[in-house]
Ligand binder design. Structure first.
Ligand code: A3P
Length: 275
């Protein structure tokens, strides 16, 4: 299960995973064509049968690994408990980028989707809104900032799943060196045959991202909604968010240390700002 959070490169990971000959995803929802979003939403009350409809019955499975990606599972209070009750053996993958960049990318995403509050308020107004701000602004602020409290959410997943079943990927590395990350993913899943992503992916200078290499040298990249073009974050917002996430990033570094995982470069950079 790829659990998110949103805006960390989950769609790129999804695309790369389904390129593997032994891995397939769920069927798309006929109604929404969007993520299944079972464990985190009212879909859960539709029951297991509703969920299982998204997956081929085992006798028809031609591949070894089935997965779904719902990027809202990561910060959800209910998802880890519910998922562990139904899928205790599942392997869980989360992606992390600098939470400040995640918040900004999310805000841009909301604007692109014409979220009323996101269009109305500047990014700085959203992240710095106080307790007495209008409810729509407070709600937007929560959805923007809370998923970036990474250590809190990961600890919740670790209450229900052993560390051996959780892979934490540096989303920044997925963006710059996807083949190395996909090697790590293949090892974690124990999937065979080994799939050579360094041959299957290529950097597309026009898109500015890594894409699937098709026959004849053509590329298949993610759509316009991924890798959006927008102005860089202003310095005031950057400084505000570095302060806001400071203690949480320290907690994350302790957690990664405890799990024996290397610190992503962006964690190091943020920790240096603390000193
Ligand atoms: P931006 O659009 O803000 O640049 P998600 O799929 O989880 O919503 O994440 C979207 C983000 O994935 C994009 O955010 C982009 O930076 C990042 N990303 C990483 N690798 C990518 C790739 N190969 N193609 C497109 N976007 C990629």
């Amino acid at each position: 299960m790829v659990i998110g959070p949103q805006k960390t490169g989950t769609t790129a990971l999804y695309l790369f995973l389904i390129m593997h000959p032994s891995i397939s995803s769920n069927f798309p929802s006929l109604k929404t064509f969007e993520e299944v979003q079972f464990f985190n939403s009212n879909n859960y009350h539709k029951g297991i049968d509703w969920y299982m409809e998204f997956f081929p019955v085992p006798s028809n499975v031609t591949t070894d690994f089935l997965f779904e990606k719902s990027a809202n599972y990561f910060p959800s209070e209910d998802s880890p408990r519910r998922a562990a009750a139904l899928l205790p053996k599942a392997k869980i993958i989360t992606l992390l980028i600098n939470p400040s960049d995640r918040a900004y990318s999310w805000y841009q995403h909301q604007r692109a989707h014409e979220d009323h509050a996101a269009l109305r308020y500047s990014f700085y107004e959203v992240i710095s809104a106080g307790h007495h701000a209008p409810p729509e602004l407070r709600s937007l602020q929560n959805r923007c900032l809370v998923p970036g409290l990474y250590a809190v959410h990961i600890e919740r997943w670790l209450t229900y799943y052993p560390p051996s079943q959780l892979l934490i990927i540096d989303g920044q590395q997925l963006r710059t060196d996807p083949a190395a990350v996909m090697d790590e993913v293949q090892k974690f899943l124990g999937v065979s045959p080994y799939y050579n992503y360094s041959q299957a992916l290529t950097f597309d200078p026009q898109k500015g991202f890594w894409c699937q290499l098709l026959e004849g040298g053509r590329t298949k990249c993610l759509g316009k909604s991924k890798g959006r073009k927008y102005a860089a974050m202003d310095a005031e917002s950057r400084a505000f968010l570095s302060r806001y996430y400071r203690d949480h990033n320290v907690e994350l570094s302790k957690l990664l240390h405890r799990l024996g995982q290397p610190l992503p470069a962006w964690v190091r950079e943020e920790l240096q700002k603390v000193r």
